[in-house]
Design a protein around this ligand. Sequence first.
Ligand code: BES
Ligand code: MN
Ligand code: ZN
Length: 507
Amino acid sequence: MNFELKPLTLSAAVQQKSDLLLVLVSETDVPGQDALSSVWAQAVKAGDFEAKAGRVLSTYRLPAVQCSRVVFAGIGDASPKSVRQGLQAGLGTVRAEQVKRLLVVLAGGQAAAPVLQALVLAVADATYAYTTTKSKGDGRQLQRVTLAAASLDAPAREAFRRAVATVGGIELAKEWGNRPANHATPTLLAGAAKALATRGSGIQCEVLTPREVARLGMGAFMAVAQGSEEELRFIVLKYQGAARSQAPVVLVGKGITFDTGGISIKPAAEMDEMKFDMCGAASVLGTFRALGELRPDINVVGLIPTCENMPDGRALKPGDVITSMSGQTIEVLNTDAEGRLILCDALSYAERFKPRAVIDIATLTGACVVALGAVRSGLFASDDGLASALQSAGDAAQDLCWRLPLDEDYAEGLKTNFADVANVAGRAGGAITAAKFLQRFAARFPWAHLDIAGTAWKSGSAKGATGRPVGLLLAYLLAAGAEETRPARRPARSRAAGTAAKDAGTA
Ligand code: BES
Ligand code: MN
Ligand code: ZN
């Protein structure tokens, strides 16, 4: 999709050629003297239109307006949610096949940064279509979207630039998430990662094969892959936007391209949805695409262990004990708890980067879907600062998460007589016990885990990947990059002096 941002008043908008002119009206907007304002004001007066989010007024061939389809859509209080609702309602009035060029004008004239961000994300979401494995397209024509307001300041332009890059990342994550497993093998996923390392992107990519993974001693990752005819891959992406000396943030994405459950096989119903079990990996790819476009001052490493989880004569069996890269032995009581097995070795591998933070992203547990549904991703963290930074990033990006606990008592069920740790505990608190398992391999750095089992894709008639949590991850990385380059805070000495003075005062 081609997005463009243009300074345009309502009276200038009538001269523009497009297939649909969408005029977004918020509750605080006041009509001006132009032709469009006059229609809007009369419709409000007659009770045929109001600025409430979701209300629309569809018009055709208005005199003196170039574009034959003009739709007024209310965006209420102009909150991200209302903007999305208004935009969806506005677009819903026309057939997608009719619109090649879309012009969206903010009637109030101002383009606040959060409104623009919400608008770009909402347009992209409403007009996205997966076509890769369809023999014909789906009839959609949209090629160019112009967003316009009378005045556009620097923060608005920056918000637009970020939002467009975020959309590119989200769409890449959706694309790979949606591809069926026979069109998204570990090898193909590695190819997609390599394709990100273009000139001028700041991205490098290295792909490890089974032989190299064996040499590293990734026994847990290899054990999951051993039941499949498809070769595993371990993808290492590096984005360098700051000095080499600066510690990177490491993102680790679960890349199970299909999860049958293995010998602990899953029921047939909805098993097709386990093609989405690489959405964590896809979110890492999407985030890197956006990093390459935005070029922020930060270093980021992306790690993707990717393989299939299949039943086979050579597959892992319940009760098998395997040795992870960390040296810890693991009793595999359930071969369907495979995500944590591939992630634990990737977490051990992350140590070599001496990271400032490691964040893993995984469609890890059905229990997380039960706990949080499709609204918020599960967030776990060994570090409070990292947890609150991720939570705020999610809020800012409209890509929400919710922190869950990591009390040591939750690890009780992972104890076994036959290895250092078991890969499953009981049914209770399943999202948390999975996180407790991972935490054993993340002791050497600040660590967070995002369980996206409920948020990475939608089921039912709207079945498809959501691209989450690319928005959250990018917002976090951009904020972390800005923090790193900010001048150092006050030296400890003066702070200590301040404390001493305060203590003296209260004594
Ligand atoms: N990929 C699944 C998690 C999943 C299941 C995500 C359903 C979304 C919807 C994961 O590998 C898995 O199978 N987890 C098991 C763990 C259990 C065996 C402890 C689960 O959640 O049932
Ligand atoms: Mn599984
Ligand atoms: Zn899985």
